[in-house]
Design a protein around this ligand. Structure first.
Ligand SMILES: *Cc1c(COP(=O)(O)O)cnc(C)c1O
Length: 404
């Protein structure tokens, strides 16, 4: 086995340069703390970008992984398997869903959702009803279809021609959707209940209710991309519950596997029927090992005391960040829900979110950015309160250095 020592420099020698990772290489994690190659400790408010929903090395997840790994890892979709069926049943029991499709990433779950929306309209209406309405600044993944539906043109530059029939409305502006939607052409409207990547921007409840009505009036499906907001992140199992607006299709990934790659597309029996035999598929989708781990994640996160804990931690973190923001005049607002928080930089710090990330690392706390103007936090949903206190202290030290 290759046990040669590795360093950050190796990245530039062997990896495609599509990422610009930081200098440290974490090698071990426990709860909300990780340690790098030198043994330096960090408090993790990144959560692998809203993925490690139960922190690192969670005993329950280790147990589920170990147990399933000794039984069977993978079967083709020519066979079904127990963990996949159990997980699908659990997801249906806990949500509006009646049918589930498993994939491996958020992009793939969205790809399935968009294909399903087109196919459903093709089945029930006409081939002309294929248009998808999405929103400016939306993020739905990096496959060619999902990046085209996404609302940041820079991610599409040099990759065109893109799939057609996609329109972008203004987020939180119902009139801009009204101007684009039609019975004849629109098959679906897709939205993140809280836009994550582009700045932790929550949808207005009235806006989502209006979208639901517009979709109903135009026989269009409403798709919620809950890849980032799902699995307890907002203090609800899924954010649609918080808004009281039920979509026709919902996609879930990131936190679903707690660090093990898995995604799911949830839908109703009627809509799901359009993905008939042979229309869509995935080799790894429904992988037994992934589903066994996700089962433990959902069983844990869906407990009322865990969700309540998310809201308590949210309050603490929000108040702490706002206090730092006020003391050093760095944040104008802390927005978001649950443990998906965006600290919006004040005027004089515009464009400098990356500096906060770097300064945080120097003080032993890992934070995220969401665009250049927002410091984003997406820690473990069960981060100990004492770790929040310590993370805030370390972050304040970072801000103090930066602001002086
Ligand atoms: C991260 C994200 C995706 C893409 O998920 P991948 O697993 O990276 O493909 C899609 N939608 C939203 C809202 C996301 O936050």
């Amino acid at each position: 086995m290759n046990k040669e020592p590795v360093s950050r420099e190796l990245f530039d020698e062997v990896m495609v340069p599509n990422y610009a990772p930081g200098d440290i290489i974490p090698v071990r994690g426990e709860g909300s703390r990780v340690w790098d190659q030198e043994g330096r400790e960090f408090l993790d408010l990144q959560g692998g970008i809203a993925v490690t929903s139960l922190g690192h090395a969670h005993p329950g997840l280790l147990g589920a992984l170990q147990e399933q790994s000794e039984k069977i890892w993978h079967l083709s979709n020519v066979m079904t398997n127990e963990p996949a069926l159990r997980l699908a049943k659990t997801l249906c029991d806990h949500t509006f869903a009646e049918r589930v499709f498993f994939a491996n990433s958020g992009a793939e779950a969205n790809e399935a959702a968009f294909k399903l929306a087109r196919r459903y309209a093709w089945d029930h209406f006409s081939p002309e009803k294929h248009e998808i309405i999405s929103f400016k600044n939306a993020f739905h993944g990096r496959t060619l279809f999902t990046v085209s539906v996404g609302g940041q043109h820079k991610y599409l530059e040099g990759f065109e021609p893109a799939p057609g029939g996609i329109h972008h409305a203004d987020f939180n502006n119902l009139d801009s959707v009204k101007a684009l939607i039609s019975k004849e052409k629109t098959c679906a409207v897709v939205i993140e209940p809280i836009q994550g990547e582009s700045g932790v921007m929550p949808a207005d409840p009235e806006f989502l209710k209006g979208l639901r009505q517009l979709c109903d009036d135009n026989n269009a499906l409403l798709i919620f991309d809950e890849v980032q907001t799902g699995v307890g992140r907002t203090g609800h199992l899924y954010a649609y519950e918080m808004y009281g607006v039920v979509p026709d299709i919902l996609t879930s990934a990131k936190g679903l596997g707690g660090g093990f790659p898995i995604a799911a597309m949830l839908t109703t029996e009627k809509v799901g029927a359009s993905l008939a035999v042979g229309t869509h598929g995935s080799t790894y989708g429904g992988n037994a090992l992934a589903c066994a781990v996700a089962q433990k994640v959902i069983d844990t996160v869906s407990q009322p005391e865990i969700l309540k804990g998310v809201n308590e931690r949210s309050e603490k973190l929000r108040r702490g960040m706002m206090a730092i923001g006020e003391r050093y005049d760095v944040f104008s607002e802390v927005r978001g829900a649950g443990l998906l928080l965006g600290c919006v930089l004040t005027e004089q710090w515009q464009g400098r979110a990356k500096d906060f990330l770097t300064a945080g690392l120097e003080e032993g706390v890992m934070v995220l950015m969401a665009g250049a103007n927002v410091v984003r936090l997406a820690p473990s949903l069960i981060i100990p309160e004492t770790d929040i206190d310590e993370a805030l202290q370390r972050f304040e030290a970072a801000v103090k250095k930066l602001a002086k």
